[in-house]
Design a protein. Structure first.
Length: 359
């Protein structure tokens, strides 16, 4: 296994559209959402561990999730968990990780990946990552994996490339924000637009240089801490300075400005598992299209439902169609699948009426 290969798993999100299973105290990446016996974080770690040494995989998360991260990944040390004292989007935490890795290994190549993606063909994933590592080693380029769109999704950003470029690794023409439905349909018709999965590969020197050029203030702020990174004094530096960093994503801060951004079309099936409906799409279904995680069921005249319980509870449905049914401790959710994007808004109502009790 190549000792120059490193990975950073982004595991700080709350996953509010997966409420009531995903909560602020226990977000979705720490749950076995697929009923496989592994949490999403554990699956992501094992997927990356096929090509990256376990000691070179860092987990980027909120400081309140340190204990649960170490419990779920007993093979890593506390030094591999990079804790954010404040939520500042993806750019600051990626820069901090890159500086830490560069100090440890100046020749490092670095992958950044979310902790909650569903990827079926892990061998194809490994081949794609290897091709990107090879490209990033050859030249100073910032790479992203693009996903072949299967429908005009308005919830994802898109990556546009040159129609006439048939290279395996091709230059990104521009990043496009989440489109409306008609624009998304046009993107698919054009054929040179891919979904932005938020999976990135680059050399640590390459990404640090990009920050120096495009996010100068953030680069200066974090560079002051280089002498104490990977030492016992690092924690204090982060606590005193991290919240001063600009709240900005890696996409806005770096990738949309840099002129050396390239992409590879992914060869694996992918889903970002952002909603209950997305989970339903990827799970096995019975002959009526119902997906079930954990529950024992008797389902009559019921179809296309997503059923999730946190124990082997018996669930009986009759005449229920296209619903999300979730049973978790003190909360029972029955919600139309077509309104799944409204679950995030529903949490505001729950908060107003009950405070943090169910959040």
């Amino acid at each position: 296994m190549n000792k120059d290969y490193f990975a950073v798993i982004m595991a700080g999100g709350i996953g509010s559209r997966f409420w009531p299973v995903s909560t602020r105290e226990f977000p979705k990446q720490f749950h076995d959402m697929l009923g496989t016996g592994q949490t999403l974080l554990q699956k992501t770690f094992s997927r990356l561990n096929k090509i990256i040494p376990s000691e070179n995989i860092y987990i980027l998360t909120n400081e309140s999730y340190l204990e649960i991260t170490l419990k779920q990944l007993p093979g890593i040390s506390e030094k591999q968990v990079v804790l954010e004292p404040a939520m500042r989007n993806t750019a600051p935490c990626i820069l901090l990780s890159a500086l830490k890795i560069r100090k440890k290994n100046p020749n490092a190549l670095m992958l950044v990946a979310p902790s909650d993606h569903w990827i079926e063909n892990e061998d194809a994933f490994a081949r794609d990552i290897q091709a990107c590592f090879d490209a990033a080693q050859r030249e100073n380029i910032l790479l992203t994996l693009g996903i072949e769109p299967t429908f005009p999704n308005t919830g994802y950003g898109y990556i546009e490339s040159d129609k006439n470029d048939d290279s395996e690794i091709k230059k990104v023409k521009q990043f496009r924000e989440k489109p409306d439905y008609e624009t998304a349909k046009q993107f698919l018709a054009d054929g040179n637009f891919l979904w932005n999965a938020g999976i990135f590969i680059w050399s640590v020197q390459g990404i640090v240089s990009a920050f120096e050029r495009h996010l100068t203030a953030m680069s200066s702020l974090f560079s002051k801490g280089i002498p104490v990174l990977n030492t016992s004094e690092e924690k204090q530096f982060i606590e005193e300075n991290y919240s001063e960093a600009e709240n900005i994503s890696i996409d806005f801060g770096i990738l949309e400005k840099a002129d050396n951004v390239f992409m590879k079309r992914a060869t694996f099936d992918w889903n970002d598992l952002g909603t209950w409906g997305a989970l339903h799409d990827k799970l096995k279904k019975d002959e009526s299209g119902n997906s079930v995680v954990n529950a024992e069921t008797i389902l009559k005249n019921s179809k296309n439902n997503m059923v999730f319980t946190d124990s082997k509870k018996l669930v009986v449905l009759d005449g229920v169609e296209d619903y999300i049914i979730v049973d978790k401790e003190e909360v029972l959710l029955l919600f139309p699948k077509r309104k799944e994007q409204e679950i995030k808004e529903l949490l505001k109502e729950v908060s107003i009426k009950f405070g943090k009790k169910y959040l």
